[in-house]
Design a binder for this molecule. Structure first.
Ligand code: HEC
Length: 277
């Protein structure tokens, strides 16, 4: 019944889906920021890293107390071990990244002109494996890709999200991702924007819906304090909720979605491996 109510709200709502062809990513994301500022004037921009928690004092204080002694600290330690474990050739992940990986995750996702593709941090992890003669990880394997990024992304905690769009090619990727975010898919005929823009702050079933801005700053997350979810796994979970066939983790579609989605969070501080419900 609640689902029905939410869907009715969707139908009534006005999402700024249509887009003038000449709009650029900077203006587009500023417009979205302004939309949220007007709608939630009491939520400062830096609070968007907390997702739906920004809309509930109780949930936020519960989060704060969980994050004092995160129940998933051991998992992050496992990731650290994986990061430092030598490959067959004696090298390790550290050797693939400058500064032992400090600040590296903050450089992704980025657009690579020579291959005309979006490169995610997870792709760099796999490039590292392959160039050292190892097998790549599966993108949604929580025991490998999940754990290693749960640690390696923390090496960028505190840095600001800074996705660069400075070429026509990169702009195209932004708009590909944007198109997927606004496209109504699945049996429920919803788009990501239906929930995470139009209905941010409202409930879907018994869950408060987070705003699109801030989403990509804190992955992977530990849902319920124990289940590791990468960003692409989260995308897939929402696509299932939309009763759509989810794209695979690590696919071009989800990489481009991540590129658009991350650009929206430019200027927000990163903090990987946090608690989520
Ligand atoms: C029917 C509503 C609905 C739709 C449509 C939907 N989501 Fe979600 N999404 C949720 C709910 C509910 C949650 C869990 C509460 C929250 O954090 O918003 C969530 C969580 C998320 C999160 C994690 C937020 C965090 O702070 O950890 C991300 C990222 C996300 N969704 C992305 C997407 C993307 C991308 C799409 C489109 C493919 C999408 N969602 C479509 C309802 C929806």
């Amino acid at each position: 019944m609640k689902t029905m109510i939410v869907i009715c709200i969707f139908l009534l709502s006005h999402v700024t889906q249509s887009l003038a062809n000449d709009i650029d990513p900077a203006t587009d994301s500023q417009n979205l920021k302004k939309f949220f500022q007007d709608r939630f004037p009491n939520i400062p921009f830096d609070q968007y890293i907390y997702g739906a928690l920004a809309y509930s004092k109780d949930a936020k204080s519960q989060y704060d107390s969980i994050m004092e002694f995160p129940p998933f600290e051991q998992e992050i330690d496992k990731g650290k071990l994986l990061w430092g474990t030598p490959f067959q050739n004696g090298k390790s992940f550290k050797d693939c990244f400058p500064n032992g990986g400090f600040g590296e995750a903050a450089k992704y996702p980025k657009y690579d002109k020579s291959t005309d593709q979006v490169i995610t941090f997870e792709m760099m992890i796999n490039n590292c494996l392959v160039s050292n003669g190892e097998k790549p990880f599966t993108y949604d394997d929580t025991n490998t890709m999940g754990l290693v990024t749960a640690y390696a992304k923390k090496l960028s905690d505190g840095l600001l999200m800074k996705v660069v769009i400075s070429s026509v090619g990169a702009e195209k990727k932004y708009f590909n991702g944007r198109q997927l975010f606004f496209k109504r898919i699945g049996q429920l005929n919803l788009s990501c924007a239906s929930c995470h823009i139009t209905n941010a702050g409202n409930y879907f079933r018994d869950e408060l819906i987070s705003p699109a801005i801030g989403h990509t700053t804190h992955f992977p997350v530990f849902r319920g304090g124990e289940f590791l979810f990468t960003l692409h796994m989260r995308y897939r979970r929402c696509m299932e909720a939309m009763r759509a066939k989810p794209f695979p983790a690590g696919s071009i579609q989800l990489n481009e979605l991540e590129f658009f989605h991350s650009y929206l969070s430019n200027g927000l501080p990163l903090e990987a491996s946090v608690y989520r419900k």
